[in-house]
Design a binder for this molecule. Structure first.
Ligand code: AHG
Ligand code: MN
Ligand code: MN
Ligand code: MN
Length: 338
């Protein structure tokens, strides 16, 4: 390789965050420090996932969480790594995790102004097969004088200051967006130990004939959902049917959808009238990414996902997210059936 082929001006996540901070004159650096702690949690979770089969970290922990999931050993380790990183950042007042029944309030950080929500390991049923999983996060800024109780977190996604996820796949991919900003993707370079900006200003294709849904749930679906899936598999004369892609790790299905276009759905149905995915740490952070990338995200009532306010920290919702036109089709079919 000629020297001129080597990129000597690498944008790491650290550099990206520093440059973002400089753009915001009012910034204190707290948010940047919080992101550095987040970055470390992703690196350490990735490390243990990759070693799981070698150091006996596969399988169940023997416990279940508040939302009824059987916890895997790595669900618990991922949770502990994440909490420890957030606590030690000194910038987090309160934290909600899928694996913790109650919000964790860091009482020794009374001045910390951020609240963080997380799904430490998304797609944990895929772990033992070595299939991609991820970590999802959302960050809220607490108002002056906030006590840092869980009520501070029962906010719509429109209040998130940042959100994102890391997918632990062939490489670790980190996607982050800030309020009103663009979506940026980073790839972990294991040799450098840094996340490198590889996907600046990500935009989701306007449409694409790919759907991602657990079709095994068909018998419980409402009519509009059945009609929508039917229309994709049975196009009008001369049309081509959609392709189906379902990994069963929302982060991985969402990441592919973000890059290639299409739609990911986990509708509310007759068996789970409130849906499966959780609003605060699964639906809202993802909805923010899809909107900032030019797509849409709605719940099963066809309301904008980011405006949904959870009543409890572990509340669930149906969700449809993806390319703008693909989500619009779902909305239009629901309107026809209303
Ligand atoms: P988690 O592993 O964090 O509990 O999330 C599981 C979610 C999500 O990752 C995935 O999209 C979905 O559950 C898969 O559910 P089904 O097995 O019902 O398709
Ligand atoms: Mn779970
Ligand atoms: Mn999840
Ligand atoms: Mn999880």
């Amino acid at each position: 390789v000629g020297a001129e082929m080597i990129n000597t001006d690498i944008v790491t996540l650290t550099r990206f965050l520093t440059e973002e901070q400089v753009k915001h004159k009012e910034a204190t650096g707290d948010f940047t420090l919080l992101c550095h702690a987040l970055q470390f949690s992703f690196k350490s979770i990735a490390y243990y996932i990759r070693r799981a089969s070698l150091i006996n970290l596969t399988g169940l922990a023997g416990s279940s969480n508040t939302t009824g999931d059987d916890q895997k050993k790595l669900d618990i380790i991922g949770n502990d790594l994440f909490i420890s990183a957030m606590k030690s950042s000194g910038r987090v007042r309160v934290l909600v995790s899928e694996e913790e029944e109650e919000a964790i309030v860091f009482e020794d950080q009374p001045k910390a102004r951020y609240a963080v929500v997380c799904d430490p390991i998304d797609g944990s049923s895929n772990l033992d097969a070595g299939v991609s999983v991820g970590t999802i996060f959302g960050i809220f800024k607490l108002p002056e004088g906030a006590k840092g109780t869980k009520e501070d977190l029962l906010k719509p996604g429109t209040e998130l200051v940042a959100s994102g996820f890391t997918m632990y796949g062939a490489s670790a991919q980190l996607v982050i967006t800030m309020k009103g900003g663009t979506v940026n993707g980073f790839t972990m370079d294991n040799a450098l130990g840094e996340f490198i900006l590889t996907h600046p200003d990500m935009k989701i294709p306007r449409k694409r004939a790919i759907y991602s849904v657990n079709e095994g749930n068909t018998m419980w679906w409402e009519e509009p959902v059945k009609a929508w899936i039917h229309s994709m598999k049975n196009p009008e004369e001369g049309g081509k049917p959609y392709s189906a892609r379902y990994i069963g790790s929302m982060v991985a299905d969402a990441y592919r959808t973000l890059l290639y276009g299409g739609i990911f759905a986990y509708p509310a149905d007759k068996k789970s009238p409130k849906g499966k995915l959780r609003i605060l740490y699964e639906c809202a952070p993802m909805a923010m990414i899809f909107e900032n990338a030019g797509g849409q995200a709605v719940n099963s009532k066809m309301d904008r996902m980011l405006e949904v306010v959870p009543e409890h920290i572990h509340d669930r919702s149906g969700i449809f997210m993806g390319s703008y036109d693909e989500v619009q089709k779902v909305i239009d079919i629901h309107k026809k059936h209303a």
